[in-house]
Design a protein around this ligand. Structure first.
Ligand code: TTJ
Length: 686
């Protein structure tokens, strides 16, 4: 794609019609599925963001209309409406009806025009793929308006009277003969626009979802969302680290360089994950590129230099490695440049070599300055990096010794594994279950043909955040690796995998979260291929059993519980009076838990008699052990009924967020996560 930002209205010579876009939409927006549908929104919003980046607008409103249309409005200068010299048509019409006319109009060369990948393909493409579009421009005290159908003007542009504001509003209705689906995802739209708001500090992006008539104050589904981050990418980093233990406040700096503008925000956490996201002209460069390389090299250099200057690192010592200084790091790198080149498989790798130097220079300068001014945070960060270095050496030693001793070779399958009878790995799945009691339920409830159960004893695994070297010395982990059949380290052989689906099934409590943490850490660190190839799942046991007479429902989220009650005619006021009754104790409940539930105050349901049916009982499952084998099969293990999360690593950000959210000690964010992902088998990266 030609670099936009250089041409002016006069310079646009080649004006193509939009027929090719309707003939081969995939060429212009990637696909005509749900992703392609959303590209329409991104494309239009990108134009408004450009206007904001050029410093001419600070407010963007996106509305999902009840009639299926989408409108995007900014308070910028308004698309020019003067006559385009060669065509003698208003510039507005030219922009929206001709291909490759997305460049800057009016000869304004300030700011950096986004161009690359599938972005910036032109608002005319959106027009071509919309059965209807309306453009309104508020400029010079007038309202200009033109309507289009499938990319063609319905009539000439006309003035509609006086305007007191200025800006551009585009309303479009995607063409249902082009797209497979017409359903916009509010989640996808919010995620993307939130990200854009972080990257464009100070602007406000409002999203209004008018599609369903709901009360204004619906807490589960608000209609109005507003994103405005004074802190820009520093707020972004703070958001990513929300549920992690942090070291100091986010470090934030920016500088204009000859090669372009560089902005970086970073913060260390007491976790093992690294999360560094990079952007070029607001486009997420998932594959990284030269700006990323420059950042990593400057970070390693600066931290080593600082550690030496503080005599923490002695002259003879080895340096901290690039991996050591990125353990527990969350960072966002944002660059803006004139002529970005996007390369790589998905065109999401920045190819401009000069940006390495630009970022390197800025990070070297500003980060050493930060350390000088913040010695206490500096000390904590260095300590964290040293911990990573020690762990790396210890893990390597442990792994070597495990392999040397042949600990995994020739070992028979662990005794507590209840294996399945099928020997066809593609049919088989293994449930890694926490605790013997849940393990018992699972063994009884399973389909032994293709489901194997490996109970792990929580107590043993539940050593704070076990380091990896300890993990490999741990018998439970060893059993697991032997059961999987693939070895570890140099002897790893993934073709020997004995089960296609590896399902982590733990309680929805803190202990369960810990065990899941350890298992996921193990997989992320030592078997990332299993994650990349989609073999790892997290079972989703229901949170509630809701019973009314013989009608028994299971709810995996609070929202589902709410919906069931709503279906049964129990209103919101009534709901508040409905107490959750204690679990009945059938099944594999342990004596301790029995005692627990007996001593807890248990109230009977005060739910008023609903329209029909009997009293409503809501049971909140605290552990898998509370379910009898049949219930466990029905709700969690039966492939026909169950919901499972598939753990993926495609989108590091979401995976990382999900990772910490699922594992972190806070209950609320975990619920929120499951609420949005619990239907069916879902990737963590949707
Ligand atoms: C171009 O240079 C002269 C002044 O106006 C500049 C411009 O085009 N600004 C502009 C475009 N502001 N907003 C847009 C825009 C906004 C939306 C929502 C959709 C589209 C296609 C453009």
């Amino acid at each position: 794609m030609a670099a936009a930002g250089k041409y002016t209205a006069e310079q646009i010579q080649v004006l193509e019609g939009l027929e090719p876009v309707r003939k081969r939409p995939g060429m212009y927006i990637g696909s005509t599925d749900v992703r392609g549908l959303h590209h329409l929104v991104w494309e239009i919003v990108d134009n408004a963001i450009d206007e904001a980046m050029a410093g001419h607008c600070d407010h963007i409103t996106v509305m999902l209309q009840a009639d299926g249309g989408v409108s995007v409005e900014d308070n910028g200068r308004g698309i020019p409406v003067d006559l385009h010299p060669t065509t003698k048509r208003p510039a507005l019409e030219v922009v929206l009806t001709t291909l490759h006319a997305g460049g800057k109009f009016g000869g304004d060369d300030s700011g950096y025009k986004v161009s690359g990948g599938l972005h910036g393909v032109g608002s005319s493409v959106v027009n071509a793929l919309s059965k209807k579009m309306r453009a309104e421009v508020f400029r010079d005290g007038k309202i200009y308006m033109q309507e289009y159908a499938r990319g063609k003007p319905v009539a000439d542009m006309k003035t509609m009277g006086k305007a007191t504001k200025h800006g551009t509003k585009i309303t479009f209705y995607p063409d249902d003969t082009i797209f497979d689906t017409m359903e916009f995802s509010i989640d996808a739209i919010l995620t993307r626009l939130r990200q854009q708001a972080y990257l464009t500090r100070g602007i406000t992006i409002a999203v209004l979802d008018e599609r369903e008539k709901r009360p204004e104050e619906d807490k589960l589904f608000p209609r109005l969302y507003r994103f405005h981050f004074e802190g820009g990418i520093a707020s972004y980093v703070a958001h990513l680290n929300e549920s992690k233990e942090r070291i100091g406040e986010p470090i934030h700096f920016e500088k204009e360089q000859p090669e372009g503008f560089v902005e970086v925000a970073l913060q260390y956490t007491q976790t093992f994950q690294e999360h560094v996201a990079s952007f070029a002209n607001n486009i997420h460069t998932i594959e990284g590129g030269h700006h990323m390389t420059g950042f990593k090299s400057a970070l390693t250099r600066t931290i080593n230099a600082y550690a030496r200057s503080q005599s923490i690192l002695k002259e003879k010592d080895e340096n901290l490695t690039a991996d050591d200084v990125r353990e527990g790091l969350t960072a966002v790198i944002s660059v803006r440049l004139k002529d970005p080149q996007f390369e790589g498989q998905t065109k999401s790798k920045l190819g401009n070599a000069e940006m390495k130097t630009a970022v390197e220079t800025v990070v070297n300068e500003k980060l050493s300055q930060y350390f000088e001014e913040h010695p206490s945070e500096g000390k904590d960060i260095i300590a964290k990096c040293f911990l990573a270095a020690r762990a790396r050496l210890a893990a390597r030693a442990a792994r070597d010794s495990v392999i040397r001793k042949g600990a995994l070779e020739g070992m028979t399958l662990p005794g507590k594994l209840a294996d399945c009878s099928s020997r066809d790995p593609s049919q088989c799945e293994i449930f890694i279950v926490e605790g013997d009691s849940a393990g018992g339920s699972a063994k009884q409830g399973r389909n032994r043909e293709f489901q194997a159960i490996l109970p792990l004893r929580g107590k043993i695994l539940n050593v704070e955040q076990a380091r990896l070297d300890k993990m490999l010395g741990n018998n439970e982990i060893k059993s697991l690796i032997i059961a999987l059949g693939i070895g570890i380290g140099d002897v790893k052989d993934l073709t020997k995998l004995r089960y296609d689906r590896i399902v982590i099934m733990t309680d929805a409590d803190v202990d369960g979260a810990h065990i899941r943490t350890l298992l996921l850490t193990l997989f992320f660190r030592y078997f990332p291929e299993l994650i990349d190839t989609g073999h790892i799942y997290i079972a989703q046991p229901p949170l509630y059993k809701i019973a009314r007479g013989k009608d028994i429902r299971y709810a995996y989220t609070d929202e589902q519980k709410f919906n069931v009650l709503k279906e049964w005619g129990i209103g919101e006021q009534d709901l508040e009076e409905t107490e959750e009754v204690a679990a009945d104790t059938e099944g594999m409940q342990e004596a301790e838990e029995n005692f627990d539930s007996l001593t807890k105050e248990t109230k009977k349901s005060k739910a008023p008699e609903p329209k029909k049916g009997g009293k409503v009982n809501i049971q909140r499952y605290k552990g898998l052990g509370e379910m009898n084998p049949d219930q466990l099969w029905d709700t969690t293990m039966d492939p026909e009924n169950r919901a499972m999360l598939r753990v993926t690593n495609d989108d590091a950000e979401k995976a990382d967020l999900a990772f910490t959210t699922l594992m972190g000690p806070e209950v609320a964010p975990r619920r929120k996560f499951i609420q949005t992902h619990a239907k069916g088998v879902k990737n963590l990266d949707v």
